[in-house]
Write a new protein. Structure first.
Length: 129
């Protein structure tokens, strides 16, 4: 049994399969899930687990070189916007519609129970060296 880190076996396995340049969509409970990527649905109840908890857990285990979020998050969900700006390197903003289109190319989608709007980010995996 793992001692620490991501304990969910489906998510831990999916994270271990990621490589440089792969996309990981971390999304709220309302984000449309595209067909194609591997999906790990962690949503249990509204707000559980939160976007912040899942994002922090993933950032502890992934090398992330950049991220993309919806620009609407700044006006609709200031807390999520601040979180993203503080934690995600080279963060860029596009419209929510553009983010949904970009998410179709993700290798992994991690759905949270977050119930506040626009708590979504498409992370691009980097390399540790």
């Amino acid at each position: 049994m793992k001692r620490s880190g991501i304990l969910n076996r489906h998510l831990a396995g999916a994270v271990a399969e990621l490589g440089h340049g792969d996309g990981v969509l971390v999304c709220d409970a309302g984000m449309p899930i595209p067909a194609g990527p591997r999906i790990v649905d962690l949503a249990f109840r509204a707000g559980v687990p939160s976007f912040a908890e899942v994002l922090d857990g993933l950032l502890d285990e992934l090398v992330v070189e950049a991220g993309t979020a919806a620009r609407e998050v700044r006006a609709a969900n200031a807390e999520a916007a601040s979180l993203l700006q503080a934690r995600v390197p080279s963060l860029s903003f596009v419209t929510h519609e553009e983010l949904k289109a970009l998410s179709t190319g993700a290798r992994l989608v991690v759905r949270t129970g977050e119930a506040r709007p626009f708590a979504n980010v498409l992370l691009r995996c980097g390399v540790f060296f």
